[in-house]
Design a protein around this ligand. Sequence first.
Ligand SMILES: [Zn+2]
Length: 274
Amino acid sequence: MNKLNFLTAGMPLSNGNKGYDSAFKILNDMNLDGLELEFVHGVRISDNSKAIVKNSGLIKTAHAPFYINLNSKEDDKVEASVQRIIETANVTNELGGYSITFHAGFYMGNSKEDTYVKIREQIKKITNELEKTNNKIWIRPETTGKATQWGDLEEIIRLSKEFEYVLPCVDFSHLHARYNGTHNTYDEFSQMLELIGKELGDIAINNFHAHLAGIDYSSKGEKRHLNLEESDMNYKDLLKAFKEFQVKGVLVCESPNIEDDCLMLKQHYATLLS
Ligand SMILES: [Zn+2]
């Protein structure tokens, strides 16, 4: 990607119950750059919508279903999770998408190492399957907001190193919540970006996929998303670090007010560049 792009998580609120056609028109009118398809309750999109999304001219990413646990103790649940990720990757690739993201799984009382090994095995199945159809979309496990969920930044970087088309989806709000308030200063954002660049190379910085929202949290981690101005999420310093590290790719805004915070982020970022 040649710049940092700002995407809404799902269709804009002001779209009401209308479809993708008017959603993309709103995004265009607001000068936003694209949309993350929310397949969180299942990979469902009509053929008519597919044509609209594909021809929108904007950037598309997708969030895979929430019902995914690659570390489930039940084999059929693991297999269903693998299939949901493959399905998300196939549909999003068909739509000309850039990247897909998912919450990979839970520790389920297992050690970090055992969980890693199990998740890596499933990711291998997924990438092997996508390779067969020459699907080169980015596959991105997301950094998660609770200590019970697999996916701190180090784990996701480690996994990304092992597969050509796997890179992190860095949800900065989740990391801030996961650690009950840290990961929220310019220095901390810089350290994370530096680590990603050092471990994964320029390709990761030039093809970034980030999530951001205001967030409420406790010692147990993420509680709920908030609008940025109602939270302590330090988005200004995050954008400053993005500029400093010349991060290119997509930043998906997951605030409840969807397009409003997305536009605020894009406009604030523009002031840093001018
Ligand atoms: Zn997510």
